[in-house]
Structure formats: structure tokens, C-alpha cells
Design a protein around this ligand. Structure first.
Ligand SMILES: O=P(O)(O)O[C@H]1O[C@H](CO)[C@@H](O)[C@H]1O
Length: 60
């Protein structure tokens, strides 16, 4: 993104929140990669639709 901006390109960044941050060191909850993959998979179609709509709007 830094290089793209340097070259004068417009940049759109997006992020999918996939899990909760565990703030307490001694918490029983643990972040793990499986929940991240699971949420990514569960929301992949939504992300595809959203990005397609954004690209459509940019193109029109
Ligand atoms: O925050 P760190 O320690 O990088 O780890 C967390 O972030 C990763 C996300 O996929 C998982 O492995 C989870 O344990």
C-alpha cells in the first residue's frame, strides 16, 4: 500500500475480523488458528460479494 500510494494509486484496504483477542494472560480462552480459518471460510462468500459490488461501483 505504501508503494502504491507512492506511485499515486488509490488504495482500499479491508480486513475481516475472524476472532476475539484474549487480553488476560491467565484466561482459559485461547486464540487459535482454526477459528480464524473457520470464520474466513464462513464469510468468504460475503467477502466475494462485497468486493464484487465495490469493483462494480468503482467501474461505473
Ligand atoms: O496472536 P498469535 O500468538 O500470533 O496467535 C494467534 O494468531 C493466530 C491467528 O491465526 C493463531 O495462531 C492464534 O493463536
Amino acid at each position: 500500500a505504501i508503494v502504491a500510494r507512492h506511485c499515486g494509486m488509490e488504495v482500499l484496504a479491508m480486513s475481516l475480523i475472524t476472532n476475539c483477542c484474549v487480553m488476560e494472560f491467565d484466561s482459559d480462552q485461547k486464540a487459535n488458528h482454526e477459528e480464524v480459518l473457520e470464520t474466513g471460510k464462513a464469510r468468504s462468500k460475503d467477502m466475494q460479494k462485497l468486493i464484487s459490488k465495490i469493483v462494480e461501483k468503482i467501474a461505473s
